[in-house]
Design a protein around this ligand. Structure first.
Ligand code: ATP
Ligand code: MG
Length: 156
């Protein structure tokens, strides 16, 4: 795994398999605080859910309990802080976001992790942590994390 330490707000990682992506997620999860929102961007099958499994692990959630949420848009876990996994893949219109109550879901003390975050752009907080997962080869991914340093959490 290559690790490029970036001076300001962006961190980049190259992973060579799902386990390494999971590990990046786990380390990111350990940096999160109640109220944090993580937006995940990346094409179909890029590895967003693998990352979510790693993040969730930091809250004691078993990876088997994280669904690749093609059927479930929202799953909330009774952890402390509460962890919520939102997958907007099936959302087609912004009105649907109001229907699912996205505003209430990503507020408060929860940790919210959102796949296909671009579908909720207008609803996302300014201090969101944005994670881009890019397919660069069968088992290779580029992962970019933005938004951590400005909160002084440079320890990932
Ligand atoms: N380096 C890697 N990091 C993450 N996943 C990888 C990597 N190499 C191969 N994979 C595989 O890519 C797939 C990623 O699937 P995953 O469900 O996480 O994607 P996703 O971005 O959540 O897709 P969707 O848009 O359908 O929700 C898995 O089958 C995983 O095993
Ligand atoms: Mg997914």
């Amino acid at each position: 795994m290559e690790y490029f330490k970036m001076p300001l707000i962006m961190k980049q990682y190259s992973t060579k398999g799902p386990d390494e992506t999971f590990e990046i997620g786990y380390r990111l999860g350990q940096c999160l605080k109640p109220g944090d929102v993580v937006g995940l961007y990346g094409e179909l099958g890029s590895g967003k859910t693998v990352l979510v499994k790693g993040i969730a692990r930091a809250f004691g959630i078993n990876e088997r309990d994280i669904t690749s949420a093609s059927f479930t848009i929202i799953t909330q876990y009774q952890t402390s802080p509460a962890f919520i996994h939102i997958d907007l893949y099936r959302i087609e219109k912004t009105e649907e976001l109001t229907e699912i109550g996205i505003y209430e879901l990503i507020g408060g003390d929860r940790i919210a992790v959102i796949e296909w975050a671009e579908k909720a752009e207008a609803w996302l907080p300014e201090d969101m942590i944005a994670v881009h997962v890019q397919y660069t080869g069968k088992n290779d991914r580029e992962i970019t994390i933005e938004g951590l340093d400005e909160k002084n959490r440079d320890n990932i």
